[in-house]
Design a protein around this ligand. Structure first.
Ligand code: NCD
Length: 308
């Protein structure tokens, strides 16, 4: 059996066994909750700290719910009211919070590499979970996307997954590629305008395409991404109407995909920019299932890093 993870920073280098163990755990927690269990005491007496330096709706809330449903205490570090706004360094913030005794640090930060940096400096008993760092990684999103696909498709080896939009700035795309590639997905296509695509060398195991009509053809899963303007230079900003015409997912374009194609999006969605409302709310959409799965995946990851 693969070794237990002490931290979760990225899905890169995690093998299929480890990913499958986490997904199986999330699935059994989902079943326990479906059978009426509202709260487990697996993490009773443990403290989880949500340290979010960037806005978040889904991820922060679902880490909080996941920790509470496992019986842990949760503290949400409110950045607006913290000493970071008074110039305290990240390390001083870390050591201050550690002195109050914490077991897990869930961190989101605009700079890639911050969670790794905290692993190096945190006390040995503290587990760090990356809730999204810059454009680097968003491992729990990669896991919940894989879980959502796995719930609908038993044989991942037969699948084509297409990720479309602002791939360049997307930590979600990177973690999705790591998860789907390790789990044996047959073909991964990355699509977007040239200015928002990463260098091909970064994704040797993917087909990088600029034509969305070609990329969506016959695909089993399409994952749409938001234009992450907060990470874009002014020169990269596309005209939104023109962008939708070439890269937006509407009903007509969806018809080019496999008949039972799953439509996914990590959220927040921008209706009419990367996805039409009727598709986001339509029969193919798995977007709210992704949100629901996020809680179970985060429960599984918390239990994993705490060795429970
Ligand atoms: C994503 C993120 O923050 O990376 N959202 C999320 O966590 N579900 C994607 C995004 O912000 O567009």
């Amino acid at each position: 059996m693969s070794a237990r993870l002490r931290h979760l920073i990225s899905l890169e280098h995690l093998d299929a066994d480890t990913l499958t163990r986490l997904l199986d755990r999330a699935e059994s927690l989902r079943e326990a909750c479906a059978h009426g269990t509202r709260k487990l005491d697996l993490l009773a007496g443990r403290t989880v700290l949500n340290l979010f330096f960037e806005p978040s709706t889904r991820t922060r809330t679902s880490f909080e719910l996941a920790a509470r449903r496992l019986g842990a205490d949760v503290v949400n570090f409110d950045l607006g009211n913290s000493s970071t706004s008074k110039g305290e360094t990240l390390l001083d913030t870390l050591h201050t919070l550690e002195a109050m005794h914490l077991d897990v640090l869930v961190v989101r930060h605009r700079e890639s590499g911050t969670p790794e940096y905290l692993v190096k400096h945190a006390a040995s008993g503290v587990a760090v979970i990356n809730a999204g760092d810059g454009n680097h990684a968003h491992p729990t999103q990669g896991l919940l996307d894989a879980l959502t696909v796995r719930q609908h498709r038993r044989d991942l080896h037969a699948l084509t997954v297409t990720i479309c939009g602002d791939v360049l700035h997307s930590r979600v795309a990177r973690s999705d590629v790591h998860a789907f590639a390790a789990l044996g997905v047959r073909e991964i296509r990355l699509c977007g305008p040239a200015a928002l695509l990463p260098a091909p060398a970064e994704f040797r195991n993917c087909r990088v395409m600029e034509d969305f009509d070609a990329a969506i053809a016959g695909t089993d899963v399409v994952i749409m991404l938001r234009l992450q303007k907060e990470r874009m230079a002014a020169t990269q900003l596309p005209d939104e109407a023109a962008y939708f015409t070439r890269y937006g997912l509407d009903g007509a374009r969806l018809k080019r995909a496999a008949p039972d194609c799953m439509v996914m999006h990590p959220g927040p969605i921008n209706r009419g920019i990367e996805i039409a409302s009727d598709v986001a709310d339509g029969a193919h959409s798995r977007i709210l299932e992704q949100v629901a799965n996020g809680v179970f995946v985060r429960m599984a990851v918390l239990a994993e890093v705490l060795g429970r």
